[in-house]
Design a protein around this ligand. Sequence first.
Ligand code: NAD
Length: 270
Amino acid sequence: MSYSADLLKDQKALVTGASSGIGEAVARHLAQAGAAVVVNYRSEQEDAEKIVQEIRARGGDAIAIGADVSKEEEVNAMFEQMLREFGTIDILVNNAGIQNDASFLDMTLQQWNSVINVNLTGQFLCAREAAKEFMRRGVQPNVSCAAGKIICMSSVHEVIPWAGHVNYAASKGGINLMMRSIAQELAPHKIRVNSIAPGAIKTDINTEAWSSPEEAAELRKLIPSDRIGVPDDVAKAAVWLASDDSDYVTGTTLFIDGGMALYPAFAHGG
Ligand code: NAD
C-alpha cells in the first residue's frame, strides 16, 4: 500500500471487528493514509494489541478497544472511550460480522438472532453513535469536506441469494436498505454513508471455501476474474470511500468481487 499520509491526516477512524481479516487490513490501510485508528475487537485482545503496536511502529496512531457490537451498552462505552482518547470520530467502518450456517429447516432462532444481532443491529448501533458525534461536531474544513463518513461492510449476498445461509443473506440485504436510508437522511448534514460488498476474500470466515486446491478451483468458477480476493483489495476501496476523493459518493454499494455478482453462469449463453 502506498498513500500520502496527508490523505486522512487528523482524522479519527473506528474499525469494528479489526483484529483479523478484512477489518485488520482496513485498519492498517487507514493508518497508512494518516488516520488515527481504533482497532475494535470482541475477544481477541492480543491480536488487536499486536496490530496497534505494528501501526505505531510505522509511525501511526492506534488504540485497541474491546466491545461486542451487538450490545448497546458495550457500543456506547466504546464510543465514550474513543471520544475521550481521540477527541472525536470522522470515519466509521462497520466491519464486524459472523456466519452461523444451517439449512433453512434446521436453523434455530438462536442462529438467526446471533447473525442478525451482530451483522445488522451491530452496524445500526455503531452508525447511530458515530452520526451523533458527526452532527454535534459538524464539518471541520481543514480536516475533511464531510462531517463524517460511514462505511458498511456488506457482501455480494446483499443481492445474491445464498441457500443454507438465510440469516447471513438477510443481514446483508438489510444492510443495503439501512445504509441507503441513513445516507438519504444524513446527506443534508454532509455525512456520507456507503457500503462495500466483497465477493470471496481469503479470511478466517470462509477458510473451508479456499484452503484446498479443489475447493479453491470450485470457488474460482464463480469469479469471472478467476482470482480469489485478498483483504487488501477491500481495504483500498475503504480508504477511497473514507477520503474526500469520494466526496460526491453517498448511498452507494461498491462491489469488490472480481465480477462475482455478474451471474457468471450466464457468461456462455445461460
Ligand atoms: P473475520 O472472521 O476475519 O472477521 C470478522 C471480525 O468480526 C472478527 O475479527 C471477529 O472477531 C469480529 N466480530 C465478530 N463478532 C463480533 C462482535 N459481536 N463484536 C465485535 N467484533 C466481532 O472475517 P472477514 O472475512 O474479515 O469478515 C469481515 C466482514 O466482511 C464481515 O462483515 C463479513 O460478513 C464481510 N465479508 C467477508 C467476505 C469474505 O469473503 N471474507 C465476503 C463478503 C463479506
